[in-house]
Write a protein that binds this ligand. Structure first.
Ligand code: NDP
Length: 265
């Protein structure tokens, strides 16, 4: 396969990336565009997604930035209808929007539980439910869920986030089987700590709770990986681009770890 072929592997495909204003979602949106796809993007911050849309158009691809809170099913329905009307059926869906939160389980706030379920799991259900019928209709589709190593292993103080991310992997596996004969693959990418604004928030939280400096808190996160480093958002984007290609049509129902070797199943 020539580099030219790889560069254009997604030409003619239309993608939707949730949570694409910054961090991993932004990198994914730009990488899909670099591989030839037209890319619609969404998040709650219009200014951030508009900047990403400009960067996509600068790469010669079409883009549409549609603000939406993916925890609100009505907003999700409207967002997907608008993108489908103005852009066409979505071939590649990347469910990336999510956020973290932690608390000891004793006296765990119920609203934190519901918030984690809404943003990390229910959102994936709402957006996929709105998009996947179009994929089944055209008998080609890619659903790529940005899950977490927290989809596979437990850790203290993150019960709600972990339960939600385990749910994302369960949904991924169930849908992979349900759509297996319809040309639609459904996979999850399970990152360890990635160098993004979300991890900056985690570092600030650890620092505030423990009295560690932010450098010490960052080093603590780096040590969770055998490679002793944070993953870069571009590494998640590269796997997303691969899973979106025809070459990856046999890969479905998988949770692919990108974590420097910390989790091996
Ligand atoms: P960031 O906080 O850097 O970015 C999150 C993106 O999601 C933003 O664009 C944000 O925009 C959007 N978002 C958050 N809530 C909503 C909402 N309710 N509706 C629409 N958009 C929303 O996070 P990361 O890039 O680090 O994380 C992306 C994904 O990767 C998440 O699912 C996260 O759980 C997962 N992940 C991250 C890891 C890490 O170490 N960073 C590790 C493993 C998994 P806005 O707030 O403007 O709406």
């Amino acid at each position: 396969m020539t580099p030219q072929h790889i560069d254009n592997a997604l030409t003619g495909r239309r993608a939707l990336v949730t949570g694409a204003g910054r961090g991993i979602g932004r990198s994914i949106a730009l990488a899909l565009a670099a591989a030839g796809a037209d890319v619609a993007i969404t998040s709650r911050s219009p200014n951030e997604i508009e900047q990403v849309a400009v960067a996509i158009r600068e790469r010669g691809r079409s883009s549409l930035a549609v603000p939406c809170d993916v925890t609100d099913v009505t907003q999700v329905t409207t967002m997907v209808e608008r993108i489908t009307d103005e852009f066409g059926l979505i071939d590649i869906l990347v469910n990336n929007a999510g956020s973290g939160g932690s608390h000891k389980f004793i006296n765990h706030p119920d609203d934190l539980w519901h918030q984690m379920m809404d943003v990390n799991l229910n959102s994936v259900y709402y957006v996929t439910k709105a998009v996947v019928p179009g994929m089944a209709e055209q008998r080609w589709g890619r659903v790529i869920n940005i899950a977490s190593v927290a989809s596979k292993v437990g850790a203290k103080y993150v019960a709600a986030y972990t339960a939600a991310k385990h749910g994302v992997l369960g949904l991924t596996r169930a849908l992979a089987v349900e759509f297996a004969t319809q040309g639609v693959t459904v996979n999850a990418i399970c990152p360890g700590y990635v160098d993004t604004p979300m991890t900056d928030d985690t570092i600030a939280r650890i620092s505030a709770l423990t009295g560690m400096s932010e450098d010490e808190a960052r080093a603590t996160l780096e040590k969770t990986s055998p490679q002793r480093r944070l993953i870069e958002a571009d590494e998640i984007a590269a796997m997303t681009v691969f899973l979106a290609q025809d070459a990856a049509r046999g890969i479905t129902g998988q949770g692919i770890n990108i974590d420097g070797g910390a989790v091996m199943f």
